[in-house]
Every structure is written in structure tokens, then in C-alpha cells.
Design a protein around this ligand. Sequence first.
Ligand code: HEM
Length: 435
Amino acid sequence: MTDQLPPGPAMPGWVQAALMVQGPKFPRYCHRRYGNRFTLRLGRFGTMVYLADPADIRDVLHGDESAFHAGEANAPVLGRILGPTSVLVTDEQMHSRQRRRLAGPFHGQTVERLLPRMKAIAAADVAQWPVGEPIQALPHMRSVTLEVILQTVVGLTGEQRLAPMRRALRTLAELDLLMMAQFPFPRLGRLWPWRRLEESKRQADALLFAEIARSRRATDLHERADVLAALIRHREPDGTAMTDSEVRDQIVTLLLAGHETTATGLAWALERLVRNPDVLEKATDAARRGDGTYIDAVVAETLRCRPVVPEVRRVVAQDFNLGPFLIPAGAVIDASVALVHLSSRQYADPDCFDPQRFVGRRPDPAIWFPFGGGNRRHLGAAFAATEMRVVLSEILATVDLVPTAARPERARVRHVTLAPHAGALVIALRHSGDH
Ligand code: HEM
């Protein structure tokens, strides 16, 4: 069956796996060498068929959910932390059920109610930025997005409840490649530093289950705008409620899916802005006038040219004909967001950071899909877009960012994301209006 897979490099699996963790260069090389369909054989990490043609990708992402499993693709990496009922690691019926339950709290209008909280959290962080010194924006953005999740998703208030949860969730939420090495090699989990992950999970679970119990008893449950409260209020048509474990799995999923991704997107936006002074000036002006349209275009363009999640994965559940190839059941397909977004066939001057492409224009989902697609398109689209607009606007309205002629930061593989290798270094001066 292997000879019916698309062509790909012949080097040993461990070499291909080592090249993959270096960042986006290797898939780009393979794309140039083998075209829009190629196969990477990554030894213990499996065989992956990469797709870079929008029509092929549409067939997969919008194909029958029983034929392409996203949950099965995500489970080996994330299943142990997220839990068996997580919307991210389940498929078909179980997935649809969890997804339906989460749809309400992630509706655009519900998210709008969270906007003042997001703005206040961003403002508190920017107020602490040192003036005139280089800082890494990424850790700041992580603090902001973690706080947004704690307050608007878990619904925590008051430092007494926030502080222990913040500590417990940080290790879970900020998995790096070293920590993730225990997923293909489970024995590592018994050793330090990997043991830390299991300990953090235990601590986080204890706090989360206590929070769920507390919320079930709360008298203000019906007035609360956070996601945890909405999941506890949820009833199936036959009147049954979600179990504590189901609620826990979805909350941890939202934390992992929504924290590092959004922080990385924000860090890339700042990295791009300080290297493009004209765009920085326009964005700063828009933020100070309260014009969200241009900021939305900056966000869309950042996610185009620096897609945080560079590929979207599916396990083929039934043999699948891909042109002259036959992809056997069990193979993994990687729909490459990065290769489509940076292709000169799809975008004029694709390496240029130009938000103007998206001003007053909705991105075409066939060639712009940083949030994946089909029935698995990420649930937090409205949430992430609102959060990025609000946080970026707050930063640009508060401080003057200093443009730089430094080389662009390289993309480094972290978690399932690609992050700026130096953490998005920026220098901020106080907004001149404050002097
Ligand atoms: C810039 C920020 C973000 C990016 C780039 C991003 C990207 C993605 C991608 C690529 C997927 C996989 C889609 C697929 O398989 O087709 C996904 C799934 C998901 N995302 Fe996001 N995400 C971001 C922020 C968020 C936020 C803030 C939340 C919620 C708080 C969230 C919740 C989810 C959930 C629940 C899923 C699973 C959906 C499913 O499998 O049905 N994401 N995201």
C-alpha cells in the first residue's frame, strides 16, 4: 500500500522527525521538491501525507466526518491531559454532542459580553511594561490570555481563587517540546521533569472539580457569563446534565486550545508590526481612534503569514482516493495551513505583511484557514478574534512601539504551535498623550 502514497524524501524516519522539529523549512523544501502532495515518514511519529492544494484540503476538511477523524489525530498528543470526552479528541457522535454544548457560550453575542473583562486584563498587563527597554512580548501575552481564560471561561474572581488555579494551570497550558516527549515515550512520565506534568494535572483537577462543585451550588449561576457556568446550566433534551468529568475535560480543552495559540498570535502581530513601520503607524492610529476594522485586518494578515497552528491533522478512517494515490485507512493527513498561506499562487507577494489585503474584505476560507475547517473549525473563532482585537488595540492605544530594522524572528516549534524564536522582542514608550 505504501507505494500508493504520494512521493517524499527517502531519508531515515528519525532524520525526517529531527528536521520537522526545526520549524517550517523542511515542509517548505518538500513542497518545492515534490509538489502539493507529499509524504513524510517520521519513524515513531508515524507517516504523514501533506496536502498543500486548497481543493484537496477542502475535500478532506469538508469530507464526511466518519471518513476523516480529527479527534483520533489529536488524541495521541493531547488526550492524556484533555481527558476522554474532550471536544478536541473525540469524533463523530461524541464530538458533535460536546460541540453542541459549547456552541452557546462561544456565540459572537455571548463573547461580546466578555469584552470589558478582556480589555481590563490587557490594560493591567501593559501598565507593567518597562519603558524604553526591550521586552519579550510572548510571556506577557501568555499572562494576558491565561488570565482571560481563568476569568471568562472558568469564571474565577478574587485573587484567593485565581492564584492557585493560575499556578496549577500554567504547567499544563504551556507544554513545550521537552514535556511533550513523554507522549511518544510514556516511560519518561515517571522521571523528573516530566513527572511535573502529572502532578500539575492532579493539582489542576482537584481545583477544577472543587470549582465545578461550588458552581453547581452557586445561587448566581444563571446570571454568570462564563463558559463553566453555561456548561453546568446545559441540559440535554431528556433533562440530563453534563457530568463533572465532561465539564472538566471541556474546560481543560479550552485552556489548552485557547491560551498558547492566542498568546502566540498576539506575539507574532507585535513582531510583524515593529518590522513594518507604515503598518504600525496605521494600526496605532486606528487603535487610538477606536477603529477595529484595520486592527481586524492586522489580525487576519498576521494569522495568514504567521499561522500559529501550521497544519491541521486528520486520521483517514476509510481508504481514500487522492488523485492517482490511495491513502490507506490509518494514515495521517496534514492539511498544511502554512504552505497555502505562503504560496505565491494564492497570494501576491506572500511574504509581505500587508493587512490591506483584508481591509473591508472577508478572507476566502479556501485559502485562509488558520482556525482549521469543516465541522472541526475551531470553536473559539469569535472569542479569539475578539480577544486579539481588544488586546492589540489596548497595547497600541497605550504605548508607542518602537519600529526596528532587526531581522524577522524565526518560527520555532513549540507545543503544536510555531512561535517567534526570541519571544517577539519589542520596545515600548509611553503613549505620548500621557506625558
Ligand atoms: C489565534 C488563536 C487560535 C488559533 C490559531 C486556533 C486554531 C485552531 C485550530 C487550527 C484548530 C483545529 C481545527 C481543525 O482541526 O480543523 C482549533 C480547534 C479548536 N479551538 Fe482554536 N485556535 C485559537 C484560539 C482558540 C480559543 C481562544 C479557543 C477557546 C477559548 C479555542 C478553542 C478551540 C476548540 C474547542 C477547538 C476544537 C474544535 C473541534 O475539534 O471541534 N481556540 N483551533
